[in-house]
Design a binder for this molecule. Structure first.
Ligand code: ZN
Ligand code: FE
Ligand code: FE
Length: 268
């Protein structure tokens, strides 16, 4: 059976541990047939002095990252398919710099992520205090508006951790109509949704996105892929059994595979 993990970090970023091959070995052990590395994109949106290796691949090491994964793709050919992707931070107003990162290589796929709201890294535990000062519903609205702008660039293949602001368990107290708008936008721009299992291990204790969002996405005809968001080798493919049963219950019948941005669908 086809099984992919498309959201895997690499030792090129300071926030991930272990060696590439340990991630691949873990995937092999777990019966994963296709593994995609998706390192954090260089912080093109920050002034050079403020860019930190702790949360992104330094721009001057982007080609090294690519070469490292290309080598492994060769080495493991016939045993596991290795894809080369990137988790790109979308920051409004910095599209030009973003495009130079994106155009740097013929990636297999690009994950769209929003981790910053007006410079606030809202999913970073270090900055969790800021939630006290914010109107939570407004946080969600701003997040989804930003995500929609990212989708509309037409640059990306997959929406990563769709409902990320729920990470620490702070939930909106009103219906956020922007969710539906973003899902509609995904359909218009042919975006794939990721079930990201890292959420099971965060305070919220459930996958991104929620089951309700998954069901709605399926009704709209969106397609699906799987990602663990592994930052350590043992995290590859974690909770994929649960993710697969969620996907099936939400009505999904296939998973997407990417090769140089081209899609193939496999039964789920
Ligand atoms: Zn990371
Ligand atoms: Fe992320
Ligand atoms: Fe990630």
């Amino acid at each position: 059976m086809f099984l992919c993990d498309y959201h895997i970090h690499t030792p090129r970023c300071g926030d991930a541990e272990g060696d590439y091959e340990e991630y691949i070995q873990e995937a092999l052990q777990k019966g994963i047939t296709e593994i995609g590395f998706s390192g954090h994109s260089p912080q093109y949106f920050l002034p050079e002095r403020e860019r930190k290796r702790e949360s992104a691949i330094p721009e001057e090491e982007l080609s090294t990252y690519i070469q490292e994964v290309e080598k492994l793709r060769e080495k493991y050919q016939g045993r596991i398919t290795v894809r080369i992707g990137l988790e790109v931070d979308f920051v409004p107003g910095k599209e030009e710099a973003m495009c130079s990162i994106v155009g740097f290589y013929s990636w297999d796929y690009l994950l769209l992520s929003v981790h910053y709201l007006d410079g606030w890294p809202f999913d970073h535990p270090k900055y969790i205090g800021r939630y006290q000062e914010e109107d939570i519903n407004e946080v969600y609205r701003r997040y989804y508006r930003t995500l929609k702008m990212g989708i509309e660039t037409g640059v990306f293949d997959v929406v990563a951790h769709f409902d990320l602001p729920k990470k620490f368990g702070f939930l909106a107290t009103e219906t956020i109509v922007e969710v539906e708008e973003v899902l509609q936008s995904c359909r218009e721009h042919n975006m794939v949704l990721e079930i990201n299992t890292a959420g099971f291990y965060k305070p919220i204790g459930e996958a991104y996105p929620s089951f309700a969002i998954l069901e709605r996405a399926n009704k709209l005809g969106l397609q699906l892929c799987l990602g663990s968001d592994a930052h350590r080798p043992h995290e590859v493919g974690r909770s994929f059994d649960t993710a697969l049963s969620l996907a099936r219950s939400a009505g999904f019948r296939s998973l997407v595979s990417f090769e140089k941005r081209k899609r193939t669908f496999y039964p789920l």
